[in-house]
Design a protein around this ligand. Sequence first.
Ligand code: NDP
Length: 302
Amino acid sequence: MSHPTSTELHTDPSQFPGVDVYVVAGNPISHSKSPAIHQRFAQQSNQVMHYGHLQPALDEFKAAAQSFFAAGGKGMNVTVPFKLDAQALADVLTPRAQLAGAVNTLRIEGGKIFGDNTDGAGMVRDLLAQGIQIKGARILLLGAGGASRGVLGPLLEQSPKELIIANRSNAKADELVQLFSGLATSLNVVLRAVTLSELEDSSKTNAAVDLVINATAAGLSNESPINDAAASNLFTPQSFAYDMVYGKVTAFMQQALHRGARVSDGLGMLVEQAADAFLIWRGAKLADAIDSRAVLAELRTS
Ligand code: NDP
């Protein structure tokens, strides 16, 4: 019996003669909003292109991506669980993709596959668009997986005063601190790790932080990475709580709302990282032609 392979769900570029073809690859992928987002960017900037989705089997990313590009595909967004495979596939990495240790955007040029990571820049732009001051802020980043790693560089480059990382597995938070300590020092940012239980102790975090970013996957299973004692310690009406998960008010966002803090989900990050990918593929000259905040507003009402 056949299983759902990349071929069955393949967006085959040869089926679209004369049209540049892009895809988002992930597993699962049918829920993805990326095709709708890129279609709107293409309409806004009068680009003729097709953007589909591709669901390789878990061990077939490399073969699926290679066959997509061999058939004429121009670019690929990559999501869970293939961002590391995409990094391994790329012939050339941008410095930020190298630092992030993961790739979410691939493009082909002169037979070479280039890998980039637009997640961090996308999140920073979404925060700034929401009026959040990052420069000089005290930030707590929850999680130490691929998403945290991807946003750390762009966050540090905004010169916060302090960036604290906490993760369920402490060792992974310590690893990230080590990895980014050189960049943090050069930018004069205090970068350190604490355990999740230390968040309940105000002497460990020096109490409230300005911005708490939930980069864990806990929201997907209706959990928060922090308990209520930590939430009471961290959130004030002056704080801002940002959850990378989107499409619902997560348990983490509820903890913040109950303590008067402002909250946001990660839909804006999704749209902004897509905008950067679109410009990488179609040209930076289109930056003024696309309106990511209008696309976000449309998604919120659809
Ligand atoms: P990873 O699998 O690489 O990492 C998952 C992280 O979540 C780890 O730090 C893990 O901790 C932690 N975690 C998972 N479940 C729980 C839990 N129940 N309680 C506490 N911590 C938990 O995933 P990513 O880093 O790639 O993605 C994280 C989230 O960010 C996902 O939900 C993803 O959808 C979202 N995301 C959103 C984007 C957007 O555009 N809005 C872009 C990228 C990601 P541990 O190390 O201890 O296992």
